[in-house]
Design a protein around this ligand. Structure first.
Ligand SMILES: C[S@@+](CC[C@H](N)C(=O)[O-])C[C@H]1O[C@@H](n2cnc3c(N)ncnc32)[C@H](O)[C@@H]1O
Length: 188
């Protein structure tokens, strides 16, 4: 069975090349960061962002276990991406989001929210290069998750057809709150 994370990695592997600059906008425990770091190789640049210090520490630990050194980890809100990552404007090939709370954390009140998620999506439009892509996993099963997923869907649907190709992937024989994977590719 393909999980939402497997599907997101499958989509991203098609968009990421060796040497690329990529961003994990919700680093969490570092699994997506590790995938991106392995995909771009040592010649590439990975920026891993999370607003929780503990998540960034967890990401650093995972990268250390895998002897990965080409990741810049930062504690920040992804809604500030455009300001913080000015040198990377129009140079990024893929930006990944895995919404929700930090798995394993006892504090589930620290969670992505609609307003900052949409602001971060707006920043992606500036940061992505020609043929860049956004991968986003949205969870409808927790409080505010459905509202956030609907806002993401609305944002994705508004991307101009002649400039973007957007897909939504979700299981159709499982719970109606199963995670959705959105993948938006810039055509030009
Ligand atoms: C589902 S987890 C990410 C899982 C992670 N990608 C992994 O591979 O382990 C969501 C993460 O988003 C972070 N987060 C929530 N709101 C954020 C924000 N506004 N800016 C940056 N990170 C945020 C949380 O702290 C949490 O660690």
């Amino acid at each position: 069975m393909k999980s939402a994370v497997n599907i997101s990695h499958l989509f991203m592997s098609d968009s990421i090349c060796t040497g690329d600059i990529v961003i994990d906008a919700t680093a969490g425990n570092g699994h997506d960061t590790l995938f991106m770091a392995e995909s771009v190789g040592k010649e590439g640049v990975v920026i891993a962002i999370d607003k929780q210090e503990g998540a960034i520490q967890s990401t650093k630990n995972l990268l250390l276990e895998h002897d990965i050194q080409h990741v810049n980890c930062m504690v920040n809100d992804h809604s500030e991406m455009e300001i913080v990552l000015q040198p990377f404007i129009q140079r990024v090939s893929c930006i990944c989001f895995n919404l929700g709370y930090l798995p394993g954390s006892s504090d589930r009140s620290i969670i992505t929210n609609t307003q900052s998620t949409i602001k971060a999506l707006d920043a992606c439009l500036t940061l992505l290069q020609y043929r860049g892509a956004i991968s986003m996993i949205a969870y409808r099963g927790h409080e505010h998750g459905l509202e956030e997923a609907l806002a993401v869907e609305d944002w994705m649907r508004k991307l101009p057809t002649n400039e973007w190709h957007v897909t939504r992937t979700e299981p159709i024989n499982q719970s109606a709150s199963a995670p959705i994977v959105y993948f938006a590719e810039k055509k030009r």
